[in-house]
Write a protein of this length. Structure first.
Length: 294
């Protein structure tokens, strides 16, 4: 086991040296003559879905059901407690450099990585080498919803809505299932689908769209959703910065949690960070929670 670890460390060092050498020889992969600079002020909307009903449902669940969720889908519910500070997000977005797809703070570049997001979400079922990609032959949107929810084709088809070029299912329909479904495992799955649609990929406010459902359906194959989350984050930030306006449709809470993990002041490191059940997302949510002063 020790030899295997040393091999990986040496392999990482080789990749690092190769990357540095390639950068020196070939430079950046952007247009010749391009000068990297931050554009003028960008007005980014962080309009969110109302997650209060989801949070109330989560708070009502017992420990056994919550542990079942953590085991299948990781620490996503701790994002309920990440305060979305619109002023902070607006300020942070001004430092996003679309040419390099990273935050540029003076001479320092910073960007969320797969390893960081994977550590924050802490989903043990994710296999980092199994990346999500849309398969050539996939079940229809209705069929995937039938598999996830366990409901009949007729029930699904009467609730699917057309939103532009995409199909969606209203959150209200999923909410009714979460509250009434007798199968605990299905309730957990439907709750997780709602979290992905309303918080992680909030493309259509109040709805869970087909693209999100396709990714969620593949989670049962133990693929990791992290690359897709990062890709949507980068895509949305790039689009908003280049247009100098727009709505951010990535996971605002997760991006802010990542930001806090780099810039929050830590007085001391407690020993629990070395425990297997330690949740960095839970710790960040607790340490950044606003306290109301009477």
């Amino acid at each position: 086991m020790e030899n295997g670890l040393l091999d990986r460390v040496e392999g990482n060092a080789d990749v690092h040296r190769w990357s540095e050498q390639t950068q020196l020889e070939k430079g950046d992969s952007i247009t010749v003559g391009y000068m990297s600079e931050l554009s003028d002020y960008t007005r980014i909307s962080v309009t969110q879905n109302n997650l209060q009903e989801l949070k109330v449902t989560w708070d009502q669940w017992g420990n056994e059901t919550k542990q079942s969720f953590y085991g299948k889908y990781g620490d996503l519910p701790y994002l309920f407690d990440i305060q979305v500070d619109e002023n902070l997000f607006q300020a942070l977005a001004q430092f996003w450099n679309p040419a390099y797809s990273c935050f540029t703070f003076g001479e320092v570049d910073l960007v969320p990585t797969m390893e960081e997001y994977t550590a924050l979400l802490r989903c043990l079922r994710f296999q980092c080498d199994r990346i999500y990609s849309r398969a050539a032959c996939v079940p229809t949107f209705g069929k995937k919803l039938m598999i996830i929810t366990g409901m009949s084709e007729q029930w699904i088809n009467t609730r699917i809505k057309e939103m532009g070029e995409s199909k969606c299912i209203p959150w209200e329909a999923l909410k009714d299932l979460i509250q009434a479904y007798p199968d605990k495992a299905k309730r957990v799955d439907i709750f997780a689908l709602s979290l992905y649609g309303l918080m992680v990929f909030p493309n259509a406010l109040g709805y869970v769209d087909e693209a999100t459902t396709d990714l969620f359906h593949r989670l049962s194959k133990q693929v990791t959703s992290v690359p897709a989350i990062l890709a949507e984050t980068f895509r949305s930030l790039n689009a908003c910065r280049r247009a100098s306006a727009g709505r951010f449709v990535g996971c605002t809470q997760l991006l802010l949690a990542w930001f806090y993990s780099h810039f929050r002041l830590i007085d001391r490191v407690v020993c629990r960070v070395f425990f297997e059940d330690y949740s960095s997302l839970k710790d960040i949510a607790a340490s950044t929670k606003k306290v109301d002063v009477p």
